[in-house]
Design a protein around this ligand. Structure first.
Ligand SMILES: [Zn+2]
Length: 385
């Protein structure tokens, strides 16, 4: 049997070139994962994501649970089939959105009660419920339910948050191991009625990652990592480890310090995921340190606001200086947008409020991010010994 995570090359600096074997896709790592909040990477169609080389995208449990509902998605064969995405998917636990979108939430040891940001209706997420929703969605990788510690946070607050996250990790793991056979694509022989790609699992099971919290306290981060690594169900621990609660407003040196503190404590044969980062130079730096997976809304969100990431830095396409600039957005980029359109045209689309503006800007930014990881993978492979 193929190992779920295979390390192909390692460097002295700790960087790893790997391959994560998931039921719907073998993902080349280090990987950047575009964020598809509501079952779509905003403004970009699935066939374009495929052509850009995206091998795994994120779905948001909180949003999909509220609309269209996880049971509806389960009845339609799971999120892969619903959104016609044949490659890998990762779902978050919903915790981050519950905490960031709900001022009136109520947290107890059992879970979090909150009101929908759509219609004000009352809901409760527990670790068990979050896992059930993620199994119904059928992502290749699920996340344990955690509490994301805000920044800044007093030590006592970070400690309490860590206590809750550990208890919830235990319950997430137990519930996941007992129920993961309920995934909608497990025994799925049905063919899609569409002529598009056949969306089906290729065997294997869903994975569950644990999440390390601890605020900006090095010892709490260490404690959290050590306890999560020890945690297991029938001698099977988490399938991977995520570092959460970063990029929440802290200075970048602190983000780096927390990642550097935790990485050496994690098992080498499991993937490591830093959630919610970052700028192009950050994802490159973390990948070289041994982070295998990252996700961020930055390239997609910034694109819709006219901010393009290029080999020469950031370019704000709204600026008047591009009004008659016939160069491509990035002279060094060979993405479909840079091969075809000028800065002047992209600026015009933005000024005119055209829907194509967000689409083209997003395609370039994603191509740029995915290109960085492709280059880093090549360099890690060449630089290993
Ligand atoms: Zn481009």
């Amino acid at each position: 049997m193929t190992q779920p995570f295979q390390i192909i090359a390692e460097t002295d600096g700790g960087g790893r070139r790997g391959r994560l074997h998931l039921p719907h896709q073998s993902v080349e790592t280090p990987v950047f994962m575009p964020v598809g909040t509501q079952g779509t990477v905003k403004a970009v169609a699935q066939d374009v994501l495929e052509s850009l080389g995206a091998e795994i995208v994120l779905g948001n449990t909180y949003h999909l649970y509220l609309r269209p509902g996880h049971e509806a998605i389960r009845r339609m064969g799971g999120l892969h089939r619903f959104m016609s995405w044949p490659r890998a998917l990762l779902t978050d636990s919903g915790g981050f959105q519950v905490f960031s979108l709900n001022a009136l939430r109520k947290v107890t040891d059992d879970g979090v009660r909150f009101r929908s940001h759509l219609d004000g209706s009352s809901h409760c997420f527990t670790p068990e419920h979050s896992v059930d929703v993620q199994i119904a969605l059928g992502a290749d990788v699920c996340m344990a339910f955690d509490e994301c510690t805000e920044y800044p946070a007093e030590r006592t607050r970070a400690q309490e948050s860590l206590r809750l996250t550990m208890a919830w990790a235990r319950r997430s793991l137990d519930h996941f191991r007992a129920h993961r056979h309920e995934v909608p694509w497990q025994e799925d022989g049905a063919r899609s009625p569409f002529p598009g790609p056949q969306v089906r699992g290729t065997g294997g099971t869903q994975s569950l990652f644990g999440i390390i919290q601890g605020g900006m306290y090095r010892d709490l981060r260490r404690e959290c990592a050590e306890r999560l690594v020890e945690m297991n169900f029938d001698e099977m621990g988490f399938d991977g480890y995520a570092i959460g609660g970063l990029s929440v407003g802290e200075p970048r040196a602190l983000t780096l310090e927390m990642i550097a503190e935790v990485l050496p404590l994690l098992p080498k044969d499991k993937p490591r995921y830093v959630m919610g980062v970052g700028y192009p130079d950050e994802i490159e730096q973390y990948a070289r340190m041994g982070v295998d997976m990252m996700d961020c809304v930055l390239p997609t969100r910034a694109a819709r606001h006219g901010l393009l990431f290029t080999s020469e830095g950031r370019l704000n396409i709204k600026n008047k200086q591009y009004a008659e600039d016939q160069n491509p957005p990035d002279l060094a980029c060979d993405c479909p947008v840079c091969r075809r359109y000028s800065r002047a045209y992209l600026r015009h689309l933005m000024q005119a409020g055209e829907a194509l503006s967000g689409t083209l800007n997003t395609i370039h930014n994603l191509a740029f991010y995915l290109g960085i990881m492709r280059r880093v993978r090549g360099e890690l492979e060449a630089g290993s010994n």
